[in-house]
Design a protein around this ligand. Structure first.
Ligand SMILES: *[C@@H]1O[C@H](CO)[C@@H](O)[C@H](O)[C@H]1NC(C)=O
Ligand SMILES: *[C@@H]1O[C@H](CO)[C@@H](O)[C@H](O)[C@H]1NC(C)=O
Ligand SMILES: *[C@@H]1O[C@H](CO)[C@@H](O)[C@H](O)[C@H]1NC(C)=O
Ligand SMILES: *[C@@H]1O[C@H](CO)[C@@H](O)[C@H](O)[C@H]1NC(C)=O
Length: 240
């Protein structure tokens, strides 16, 4: 084997063994995404810096030697506000986290890519970088059917089905086994929940069939379903 390849492999293995970076993301209701980067360096190292990138552009660097611990930064942008808190949890920064929380002012449409790079001290500067793509997709809430009106003589009911998600969920109606189009539907973005609230109205003669409303959210070929809501004669129930 080429000695340069051997050297490269040895360095590569040393890096993987000594510095560990993990990233995760979670949707926080009525806020937005929370993204966590946590790092762990080898015992004989100490933290030189942690760099944070959004879509491969560095926007923050945390150096516990010169920065406050924790270091808290706030980034106000047109579409959102991002709060970042970086903290070493043991001396020399061997273990620590950076937590980013995003609060949206507008419905997010694009996916985000965050990267986090932790680097040890000289002379090795052992570093590790991890990336995470946050998909702008929040599964729909379970559907809820409300009875708008009911004609006792004809048995005709008007049902209003609602759900929330991101992007706006589609609501599919089935009467019995039959897919039926909605009479009308609409959506609005809720500034508090940070999700689209959608509703869809259907009228039919209820005596014979059960009505079902299925909420579904799709983005880039990925589809998430919420629990369907059912309506039969006088009651509506949520089904798993
Ligand atoms: C730290 O420990 C690693 C793993 O045992 C070793 O490869 C490295 O040489 C050590 N570094 C120093 C500066 O002692
Ligand atoms: C359906 O419910 C939504 C709220 O979830 C409401 O804004 C809308 O007016 C309702 N539509 C009908 C026809 O009842
Ligand atoms: C749909 O919702 C928008 C705002 O959320 C409203 O301006 C519009 O009038 C609604 N359309 C119907 C048909 O209700
Ligand atoms: C927006 O969502 C919140 C829950 O996050 C809810 O309490 C509120 O009623 C919703 N507003 C509208 C206009 O639907």
């Amino acid at each position: 084997m080429d000695p340069r390849v051997v050297v490269f492999l040895c360095i590569f293995i040393a890096i993987v063994k000594t510095t560990k970076v993990d990233m995760s993301s979670e949707w926080k209701p009525e806020r937005g995404w929370e993204i966590t980067c946590s790092w762990k360096l080898f015992n004989n190292d100490s933290l030189q810096s942690v760099r944070l990138f959004e879509n491969d552009r560095q926007f923050m660097i945390f150096r516990p030697e010169v920065d406050k611990n924790p270091r808290i930064e706030q980034y106000r942008r047109l579409e959102d506000e991002m709060l970042v808190e970086c903290q070493e949890s043991v001396p020399r920064g061997l273990v620590g986290t950076c937590v980013l929380t995003m609060e949206f002012y507008q419905p997010p449409t694009n996916d985000f890519r965050f990267s986090c790079e932790a680097s040890g001290e000289r002379p090795m500067f052992r570093m590790e970088r991890k990336s995470l793509v946050v998909k702008a997709l929040v599964p729909p809430t379970d559907a809820v059917i409300e009875v708008g009106s009911r004609n006792a003589d004809t048995g005709r009911v008007t049902l209003n089905c609602t759900s929330s998600g991101l992007p706006a969920p589609q609501l599919e109606w089935r009467i019995g086994e039959q897919k039926v189009p909605a009479d009308f539907s609409n959506r609005s973005w809720n500034f508090t929940s940070k999700l689209y609230h959608v509703w869809s109205v259907v009228s039919y003669s209820s005596s014979e069939h059960v009505a079902m409303c299925i909420p579904e959210t799709s983005k880039d070929g990925e589809t998430k379903r919420g629990a369907a809501a059912l309506y039969s004669s006088a009651e509506s129930v949520v089904k798993d």
